[in-house]
Ligand binder design. Structure first.
Ligand SMILES: [Zn+2]
Length: 348
């Protein structure tokens, strides 16, 4: 939990993944989880762990497995500093404007992080008309107040600096709650799965990718370089068994285990891999559930279609209230996520 907490509290938006990459890199190097660790030209982190065969293992072809978890989070880049020192921002990733009112933010500059407040332009309730109250602004109509003069702001903040919503990591009942569980959960599960491993006959290329939230941009060149035989994309998915959503739109159920994403808006998982994971889950008594997400995608889509094609499955942890600062995930689903992934790797 300490590692997951650190991952969620390290800001890194698309194109600005250096901080989260350093946290992951320092951790996996210190724990000696890989034989080689490198960073590609786009900034994705790649850990290579060669097969560790049991002495009696048959010498068959070594399968090359790619794991991919995106390490960026949805956020903003500073677009403009106005004459009063208010910041205007450009989203990098899909925000719902309804979740952005009265938020604490962190503006990350080269000289340090500044706390700020985000709000939409417009009138407070006391002086708003009925029409004003009904209006939902565009994301780009929100601004950030740093509590500083325009001169002070200009001396500290540059166009292009990263901005993230600020929210704590907390245990709530049997769940964890935090900002950016999408996809620090996948980053965490990938690390934990490698830590669990004893022997495995496959070569593992674990990749923490960049720029997923703006269109799966980092996974594609990483897959091209690695040339995997098989791939697993580790991400999160909707968990909508909550009030106001019809039962058939729930996608996944909290506490029923990690999801085998049969299909989403970007790809159809290799059905043979879905069945393999299910077989292992049954044999090892690990919870998992099938899920279909009608819209939305993840890194698996571009890995699957790299070079001449790669057998790919998407694993995804159920997350309630996704793309907010109160993303919520059941502890049982976290557990099944990494145990199922390592159990599968050990069968290859
Ligand atoms: Zn994601």
């Amino acid at each position: 939990m300490k590692l997951l907490q650190t991952l969620t509290q390290t800001p890194s938006v698309p194109g600005r993944e250096d901080r989260i990459r350093k946290v992951i890199q320092d951790y996996v190097v210190e724990k000696q989880l890989f034989d080689e660790v490198s960073v590609d030209a786009m900034g994705s982190l790649i850990g290579i762990r060669r097969a560790r065969r049991k002495p009696d293992a048959a010498a068959s072809k070594t399968v090359r497995v790619m794991l991919a978890a995106h390490m960026d989070q949805i956020g903003f880049l500073v677009r403009h500093i106005d004459e009063h020192g208010y910041l205007r921002i450009n989203p990098v990733g899909g925000f719902d404007a309804r979740n952005l009112f009265a938020r604490k933010v962190r503006v990350c500059t080269s000289s340090g992080d500044l706390p700020g407040i985000m709000n939409a332009s417009g009138k407070p309730i006391h002086i708003a008309s009925e029409l004003d109250k009904k209006k939902i602004p565009e994301v780009t109509e929100f601004f950030i107040d740093l509590g500083l003069t325009a001169e002070q702001v200009r001396s500290k903040v540059l166009i292009g600096d990263m901005v993230v919503l600020d929210g704590p990591f907390e245990i709530v009942g049997d769940s964890v709650v935090s900002q950016c569980l999408d996809n620090r959960l996948g980053c965490w599960a990938q690390i934990r799965a490698i830590e669990n491993l004893t022997s495995h006959n496959c070569d593992i290329y674990a990749v923490w990718t960049v720029q997923e939230e703006v269109g799966l941009r980092g996974a594609q060149p990483a897959a091209f370089g690695i040339e995997p035989d098989v791939a697993v994309a580790c991400d999160t998915t909707l968990c909508c068994k909550t009030p106001g959503i019809p039962e058939e739109d729930r996608v996944s159920v909290a506490g029923d285990g990690v999801c085998l994403h049969v299909m989403d808006g970007s790809m159809i998982s290799d059905i043979g891999l879905v069945e393999d994971f299910e077989k292992i889950a049954r044999a090892r008594n690990i919870k998992c559930q099938r899920a279909v997400l009608p819209r939305g995608g993840q890194d698996g889509a571009v890995i699957q279609r790299s070079r001449s094609g790669v057998r790919t499955i998407a694993l995804a942890c159920p997350v309630k209230y996704i793309h907010t600062v109160t993303e919520m995930s059941h502890k049982d689903d976290l557990e099944s996520y990494h145990t199922l992934l390592s159990a599968w790797l050990e069968t290859l």
